[in-house]
Design a protein around this ligand. Structure first.
Ligand code: HEC
Ligand code: HEC
Ligand code: HEC
Ligand code: HEC
Ligand code: HEC
Ligand code: HEC
Ligand code: HEC
Ligand code: HEC
Ligand code: HEC
Ligand code: HEC
Length: 307
């Protein structure tokens, strides 16, 4: 019982967290995967031969490592990532005797970054997403020494993704599309680049609709009369998010084909109501369903989405 009290007390948790944090922030005697016996020599020693790199580092966020404000790495920023450098220096710059990212395995590279970024989305995504399961190295997208964009990206955010996803590039060239290639938004406006829990794992905050509501807030409701497919939470039952041949980015070229997929006697498995008999879908008047059913995403006044 007393232990239960201790566990419940917030002071206990604060102490536990503090203890854990202090363990994390201690500089390891040897970086993971590094041979024993190497010691830290400090950034100034590296600068003797690698003159430009410390200057470049000063302009990046990782300059914080040199100050040691977040990690116990004051004066040792280079070695915080490359591991202790004594043998490399003594060897006159022997490239075999320092942790080198391009030479390391994908796992070892990701470990080296995750030592500090271990509790971020980047790391959590690694355990569940296709990017993570494929062990894409952080350095495929990020560069420490030659960043070209925010978040230390190697290229512009969209180019970062298109490098591997050719199909997406083709999608965004369809006649009606989100303005990604034009620079109006980025892939990361809808996808979490590091992955997450969703089926298409990369969408933000748990599901398609949430990814879309960030910008299309008017579709969020709640509405007194909701159109069921939206309530079920998926914009992609009607829209192709990248791009489509329909001006409203619908999954079908014509609106009526989309509606009749659910609202027709020939689709018994799907619980959409049948249009009343006066709907003569051969007549042009009835073909563009949304000329009458205007508020197709939901309405506060009309159960059949007229206004
Ligand atoms: C005595 C000069 C010297 C010092 C001091 C020195 N280096 Fe080097 N370093 C070199 C040379 C030479 C190379 C090989 C360059 C090449 O092959 O293109 C090298 C290569 C490297 C590489 C790339 C290895 C590879 O081939 O991928 C890294 C990383 C590196 N050094 C980091 C450091 C760090 C960190 C420090 C400070 C702890 C440091 N160096 C200090 C001379 C030095
Ligand atoms: C935050 C981690 C990190 C820090 C800090 C860091 N490096 Fe690197 N370094 C890398 C990565 C990752 C690469 C692989 C190339 C790339 O992605 O930019 C690399 C590549 C290198 C290379 C070989 C390629 C090249 O650009 O010539 C050298 C040499 C090097 N680093 C030296 C240094 C020195 C010296 C410092 C300190 C001034 C330093 N690094 C600080 C992560 C780091
Ligand atoms: C597929 C490309 C890709 C890979 C692989 C990747 N990142 Fe990122 N990362 C990005 C992009 C794109 C952003 C910018 C996100 C945005 O605009 O919201 C970013 C942002 C970040 C940020 C800053 C914002 C944040 O989310 O905290 C950190 C830190 C980060 N990445 C660390 C990592 C680490 C560590 C790894 C490896 C375990 C990694 N990334 C792997 C693409 C990638
Ligand atoms: C020794 C600790 C440490 C290591 C190792 C480390 N980082 Fe960082 N990283 C930091 C700190 C500190 C920041 C500054 C922001 C913060 O406090 O979270 C940062 C920020 C970032 C950001 C955000 C950049 C921005 O512009 O917002 C990215 C991306 C990132 N790191 C990628 C990497 C990658 C990739 C590696 C491996 C090559 C790596 N980091 C290794 C400590 C580290
Ligand atoms: C280095 C190559 C590479 C880069 C860069 C890359 N990806 Fe991927 N991506 C992959 C691989 C490999 C998969 C695993 C599935 C596959 O084989 O298509 C994947 C899967 C995905 C998926 C899930 C697909 C599905 O079927 O569930 C999405 C979404 C995605 N990536 C988005 C992005 C975004 C957004 C970026 C830019 C931040 C990006 N990718 C950058 C290689 C890459
Ligand atoms: C407007 C939001 C949005 C933007 C911007 C966006 N995506 Fe997507 N993406 C989605 C949605 C939603 C899905 C899921 C589609 C489905 O399940 O039918 C998806 C699916 C994917 C897939 C899985 C395969 C597929 O086509 O279904 C990949 C890979 C992908 N996106 C990559 C990218 C890349 C790369 C970019 C940037 C060039 C990007 N996406 C920009 C919303 C977006
Ligand atoms: C970052 C903001 C943003 C996000 C996130 C976003 N959109 Fe958009 N969307 C826009 C903008 C801006 C336009 C309008 C113009 C354009 O780009 O042509 C648009 C246009 C559209 C259109 C066509 C409207 C028209 O009248 O042409 C549809 C349909 C659409 N979005 C659906 C979605 C869906 C579905 C999602 C989620 C997968 C989504 N959007 C996510 C910003 C966003
Ligand atoms: C039942 C099918 C269906 C679903 C589900 C659906 N839409 Fe639509 N949406 C349409 C149709 C049909 C149009 C075209 C309306 C028209 O022709 O005026 C449209 C048009 C749009 C437009 C452009 C015109 C406008 O009203 O602003 C946006 C933006 C949009 N949808 C976003 C979304 C988002 C975001 C979601 C998910 C929350 C979503 N849609 C879910 C059928 C749907
Ligand atoms: C993904 C399947 C799906 C698509 C596509 C779809 N609907 Fe629906 N719709 C439903 C379901 C399910 C209901 C709820 C039916 C019920 O409650 O009996 C519904 C309800 C309705 C209602 C209200 C009927 C009532 O009795 O409550 C109207 C009107 C309607 N839809 C019109 C349309 C139009 C117009 C389109 C094309 C723009 C469309 N729907 C596309 C599934 C769909
Ligand atoms: C000229 C205007 C108009 C057009 C165009 C139109 N509808 Fe309707 N629709 C109506 C009216 C009016 C009602 C309400 C009838 C009632 O209250 O009995 C209705 C009702 C419905 C219902 C609800 C049936 C129920 O039992 O609640 C569905 C489903 C529907 N329409 C689907 C469609 C589809 C699919 C299309 C396109 C092929 C379409 N409508 C085109 C006027 C229209």
């Amino acid at each position: 019982m007393r232990w239960l009290g201790v566990l419940r007390s917030s002071a206990f948790w604060i102490l536990l967290v503090a203890a854990t944090v202090s363990v994390w922030s201690k500089q390891e005697p040897s970086a993971p995967g590094q041979p024993e016996g190497r010691t830290y020599v400090g950034t100034e020693a590296c600068a003797a031969c690698h003159e430009d790199l410390p200057v470049g580092l000063q302009r990046s966020v990782h300059a914080l490592l040199e100050k040691g404000t977040r990690w116990n790495s004051e004066g040792q920023a280079c070695e915080a990532c490359h591991g202790p450098g004594s043998e490399h220096v003594e060897g006159g710059g022997d490239p075999e005797k320092i942790f080198s990212f391009p030479r390391a395995t994908r796992e070892a590279q990701n470990e080296a970054c995750s030592k500090c970024h271990g509790l971020t989305q980047a790391q959590l995504g690694r355990r569940s997403s296709l990017h993570g399961l494929s062990e894409l190295p952080c350095t495929n997208c990020h560069s420490v020494h030659a960043a070209k964009s925010f978040s230390s990206l190697k290229q512009s955010p969209t180019a970062t993704c298109l490098k591997c996803h050719d199909q997406a590039k083709a999608d965004f060239r369809r006649p009606f599309h989100h303005k990604v290639l034009e620079g109006g938004m980025t892939c990361a406006d809808c996808h979490q680049p590091h992955g997450g829990q969703d089926p298409r794992q990369h969408l933000r905050a748990g599901g398609t609709t949430n990814a879309c509501f960030r910008c299309h807030t008017d579709k969020q409701g709640p509405f007194a009369f909701e159109h069921a497919p939206l309530r079920l939470g998926d914009c992609t039952s009607c829209h192709v998010p990248h791009g489509s041949i329909n001006p409203k980015m619908l999954v079908r070229a014509r609106v009526q084909s989309l509606c009749l997929e659910c609202h027709s006697a020939s689709t018994p498995g799907i619980p959409g109501a049948q249009p009343p008999a006066f709907h003569d879908i051969r007549s042009p008047r009835f073909q563009n369903c949304t000329t009458c059913h205007v508020k197709i995403h939901g309405s506060n006044v009309s159960p059949i989405f007229f206004q």
